[in-house]
Design a protein around this ligand. Structure first.
Ligand SMILES: O=C[C@H](O)[C@H](O)COP(=O)(O)O
Ligand SMILES: C=C(OP(=O)(O)O)C(=O)O
Ligand SMILES: [Mn+2]
Length: 530
């Protein structure tokens, strides 16, 4: 049986920067490493005889096998870690980290490997990733019903995209760990009063009081416990019958039945049900896992490195390190510096990972970052999550995609249409559905023009009937924002808006599939997962 080895308790618990050791022998005294070219990428360029449009990447630290073998869960401590809290009480932090270090992993290495193979299919255009959930999970809004409702909308969206678009959908929740938030500003001012910014419930409280905003290490343990409960319920829903395809009609949420999206969903679900009945008449066994279960993975931003280190365990089967806080971790736009702590941590974990990329990224920088995070160029290992804003994507994404393609790098291209489209309206942080849809449209258009693969969609969304994003079929107006604005950080699509987006994505996936079939290039999708 597969087991996970915990990092040495003393090392994991040691919160002080480790003294320079042989681990990072290529480091030069100023903290930046020797600048050499990555072996893996050079080899690839030779093998595939692809001419790079950018100079081969130059990395701040060596990426050879020896260096990777010297990586430790605490190696990041030697580099600058952005967006970390300043804990006042080191001892309390050490205790909290030690508590989590002794806790069981939340996910297993084998699950992460399965997900990676699914994501490789997304990179190849044989499946599509749907990743969604809260901007910030919270302690106060933690409830079984909320988890169920978000899960249920994800199931509905997946059915729409699969039946409408004709491709398998890989589902990943921003759930069971999505607590830590990077912020643009360290301080927040309200009515002349200045306090430290809210950084997510794993760090401090959202209430605008001095005491709530003090980072509290005990919150790490609470976040771990809540993640464990959330994951437990999600595993129950996924495998206990709730997610069985025969229940496709029953997933419609109460309040959606009356809306246009709810009706469109019911029409589609009816057709799915008929198709299942037809297949049953043909002899399909309806009690196989394919019909009664679903695969559902969890993810969050790999931001709070004390927490991530404490859950990083060595997999006894492969000897690789997995961050067992979630199946998939991503590096945020604000913490993706090549020479800093988050990239150092993430390059050493074997989970499938992602990196957020805005229009600020330049092409050679991206090629270097990809080489650092995926030196073996393993399909499914790395998702590049583009978040540029509807206006900027058409102008800025092509040069990035072209550079990565020319370098022979395989990534899963994912669209986050949320974070580049945030605006402030009537004192609320909001996003317009139309802008979000336009960014998704631009993402599909650019891939179509370049002949590359739109691999997935990353949304901030909820199963609740919130009024946080404007527009969509449900026509949320500016005056509605204060009615059900519940998010602790960024505005989310509500269930109707999310479903509407799924119909749009399905239409683009269908067009793509038809185009590929007409060119004789479509590969049969393997229906091994839903
Ligand atoms: O979720 C992402 C970020 O944490 C969030 O967009 C930051 O918001 P801010 O710009 O208000 O700090
Ligand atoms: C912080 C987030 O995104 P980004 O890093 O793209 O701003 C997020 O996904 O919540
Ligand atoms: Mn967000």
């Amino acid at each position: 049986m597969e087991t996970m080895r915990m990092p040495d308790a003393q090392q994991a618990g040691s919160l002080l920067p480790q003294p320079s050791t042989s681990q990072l022998s290529t480091k030069v005294p100023n903290g930046r490493g020797a600048r050499i070219r990555p072996q893996a990428t050079r080899g690839l360029l030779r093998q595939r005889s692809i001419r790079a449009v950018v100079e081969p990447p130059v990395l701040p630290f060596e990426k050879d096998a020896e260096h990777l073998s010297q990586w430790r869960p605490e190696s990041w401590r030697q580099l600058k870690a952005y967006q970390q809290p300043n804990y006042r009480d080191e001892k309390k932090l050490r205790d909290a980290v030690e508590t989590i270090t002794r806790m069981p992993p939340l996910v297993f290495a084998g699950e992460c490997r399965n997900l990676q193979s699914r994501l490789a299919k997304c990179a190849a255009g044989e499946a599509f990733l749907l990743q969604g959930g809260d901007c910030a999970e919270s302690f106060s809004q933690f409830s079984a019903n909320r988890i169920r409702d978000s899960f249920r909308v994800m199931l509905q969206m997946a059915v729409v995209a699969m039946f409408g678009g004709g491709v398998p959908v890989v589902k990943i929740g921003r759930m069971a760990g999505q607590f830590a938030k990077p912020r643009s500003a360290d301080l927040e001012t309200i009515d002349g009063m200045e306090l430290p910014s809210y950084r997510g419930d794993i760090i401090n409280g959202a209430e605008f009081t001095e005491s709530a905003r003090v980072p509290d290490p005990q919150r790490l343990v609470q976040a771990y416990n809540q993640s464990a409960s959330t994951l437990n319920l999600l595993r129950g829903f996924s495998t206990g019958g709730y997610a069985g395809l025969q229940r496709v009609m029953q997933w419609n949420l109460e309040f959606m039945g009356k809306s246009d999206e709810g009706q469109a969903y019911m029409d589609l679900a009816k057709r799915v049900e008929e198709a299942i009945q037809f297949m049953e008449a043909c002899g399909l066994e309806n009690d196989t896992p394919m019909m009664t279960e679903t695969e559902f993975y969890v993810s969050h931003e790999c931001l709070l490195l004390d927490y991530e280190q404490a859950l990083t365990r060595e997999d006894s089967t492969t000897g690789l390190w997995y961050d067992c806080s979630g199946h998939f971790l991503w590096c945020g736009e604000r913490t993706r510096q090549l020479d800093a702590a988050h990239v150092e941590f993430m390059r050493g974990i074997a989970n499938p990972i992602g990196v957020k990329v805005s229009d600020k990224m330049d092409a050679s920088q991206l090629v270097s970052l990809i080489a650092a995070l995926n030196p073996e160029n393993t399909p499914g290992r790395l998702a590049v999550i583009i978040r540029m804003g509807a206006g900027k994507l058409r102008e800025n994404m092509p040069r990035l995609v072209e550079a990565v393609e020319s370098a022979g790098q395989t990534v899963t291209w994912v669209c986050d249409p949320m974070h580049g489209n945030t605006e402030s309206v009537a004192g609320y942080k909001t996003r317009r559905y139309e802008r979000i849809r336009q960014e998704v449209e631009a993402f599909f258009d650019v891939h179509e023009q370049l002949g590359t693969v739109p691999g997935g969609l990353h949304l901030e969304m909820t199963g609740d009937d919130v009024t946080e994003c404007l527009g969509g079929g449900s026509s949320i107006l500016e005056a509605d924002l204060n009615s059900r604005y519940h998010t602790h950080c960024d505005p989310r699509l509500n269930a109707e808006q999310a479903l509407e987006m799924a119909f749009y994505v399905a239409s683009r996936l269908r067009q793509r599939k038809d185009r590929m079939s007409a060119q004789g290039a479509a590969k049969p999708s393997s229906p091994v997962f839903m």
